[in-house]
Design a protein. Structure first.
Length: 301
């Protein structure tokens, strides 16, 4: 329902947050895949699960991973090949979406590349097994993970995240990739080897922990080779008031290059309330520099 103290991006509005993209879209994909594989089972066992209380601290997935063996018919020793986490797939944009966690197994990069070679899609990938979603609970149990998601939109964490906003053909495309991934893992003769990754999220430098905020939603798919796209620049917030607009490519903050969302978060972690910063962006073919005054991140209280 939102309200003060909630994670809603409209804390002054009390209304039902249906969460069509976050994360009914992911739940729908789980149901769709469960139906498909009930008709055509793989050689390995598959578990289709939706976890509750993710945003309260991964409570559902932590409860499951605390004693995973008991969920497979009471077996004493169970080997889990991998965990695939589908968190928000409702907004495939220009064919771009992300599969993160591919550094958690040496076999994963080639596996993901093979999936998309014959598809007209663009998949960006991240290595870390950590992230702000349920796959983290499995990664810390030494299980390879795949974190699948499309970009967020301005409706994220608002009452406007409704079913009519979703791009259903894009969801079908992502589910097709997921089907191929599950099928590959489910029929794979050899196990995936687990690899620890350098954790870029472990330090706790998440958005909710930062002292300041700029009021923009960064592109997390890595769809830009140089810089980081500001997917949504919220009207009335510091970045917008400073001159940034939707789609601007952030090249640097205070002369420090912004290579991806992780570098962006690291930079924000160094900023103080009331500190005037300079942001260099690319808009079309023109490079522009704006002065922005970050505001206090009140969600941190």
């Amino acid at each position: 329902m939102g309200g003060v103290g909630s994670p809603s991006r409209k804390p002054d509005t009390l209304a039902i947050h249906n969460g069509a993209d976050d994360n009914a879209s992911g739940c729908a994909s789980v149901i769709s895949l469960a139906y498909k594989f009930s008709k055509h089972p793989t050689k390995r066992s598959l578990l289709f699960i939706t976890f509750g209380a993710e945003e309260m601290g991964l409570i559902g997935s932590k409860a499951f991973t605390k004693d995973m063996n008991k969920y497979l018919f009471g077996q004493d020793s169970v080997y889990y090949m991998a965990m695939i986490n589908v968190d928000m797939i409702g907004h495939l944009r220009n064919g771009w979406f992300s599969i993160d966690g591919i550094g958690t197994s040496p076999e994963s990069p080639s596996l993901v590349k093979h999936l998309v070679d014959s598809l007209d899609l663009h998949i960006t990938s991240g290595s870390s097994g950590y992230g702000p979603s349920d796959h983290t609970s499995f990664y810390i149990k030494n299980i390879p993970v795949f974190f699948v998601h499309t970009p967020a939109t301005e409706d994220y964490h608002t009452p406007f995240d409704d079913a009519d906003k979703l791009y259903y053909p894009g969801m079908d495309s992502v589910i097709l990739v997921l089907h191929k991934l599950v099928e590959n893992l489910g029929n794979r003769p050899d196990r995936l080897r687990f690899t620890n990754t350098e954790d870029k999220m472990k330090s706790g430098r998440s958005h909710s922990k930062l002292k300041v905020k700029l009021g923009l939603m960064p592109d997390v798919t890595g769809a830009c080779e140089e810089g980081m796209i500001a997917d949504i620049v919220v009207k009335g917030k510091p970045a917008y008031e400073g001159g940034l607009r939707n789609g601007d490519i952030i090249l640097s903050i205070n002369n420090r290059p912004v290579k991806d969302v992780y570098v962006y978060m690291d930079i924000l972690n160094t900023l103080e309330i009331g500190q005037l910063i300079t942001i260099k962006v690319r808009r079309g073919k023109e490079d522009l520099i704006f002065s922005v005054l970050p505001k206090e991140n009140k969600s941190n209280k």
